[in-house]
Design a protein. Structure first.
Length: 148
């Protein structure tokens, strides 16, 4: 009888371990910028790849992020970097900027909407507390692909 209980316990453990597991922090890792767009006054103000060429890598580690890249518009190159802390709760994302190529951004907290599907991460901002765009005529959207 004791053998039956152990056998059933083992079967139960095997079945429960086969269920789908939710990834706790799907953003963790390195991501390559694939596309970026800023809309201002309902017009595309800049676009990567489009008006601007270049590349950026963003890395999330669980509570910190860092991004670094270089972009070219016409014949002008611009280095880009940022870093800081973040919180992700579902699709609600909040980034506190500690380092940035544009010193005016240092110390700011930016609320974003983040969607992760497979190896693609899309972030859109600025959003309100519920994740809705604050102004549909002025926003940013970035699409990243996971680096393998």
């Amino acid at each position: 009888m004791k053998v039956n209980h152990i056998f059933y316990l083992m079967i139960l453990l095997i079945i429960s371990s086969c269920g789908s597991k939710q990834v706790k922090n799907p953003e963790i890792g390195a991501w390559q910028l694939h596309y970026s767009k800023r809309v201002a006054a309902d017009t595309v103000a800049f676009e990567v790849v489009g008006f601007i060429t270049g590349s950026e890598i963003k890395v999330w580690s669980g509570k910190n992020f860092i991004s670094v890249g270089q972009f070219k518009q016409d014949t002008v190159y611009k280095d880009m970097y940022s870093g800081g802390t973040y919180k992700l709760n579902g699709n609600q994302y909040e980034e506190t900027i500690l380092y940035h190529a544009n010193k005016d951004n240092v110390g700011k907290t930016v609320k974003m909407l983040v969607g992760i599907k497979g190896d693609t991460l899309i972030q859109t901002w600025p959003v309100d507390q519920k994740g809705n765009l604050i102004d549909k005529n002025y926003y940013y959207i970035e699409k990243f692909i996971r680096i393998k």
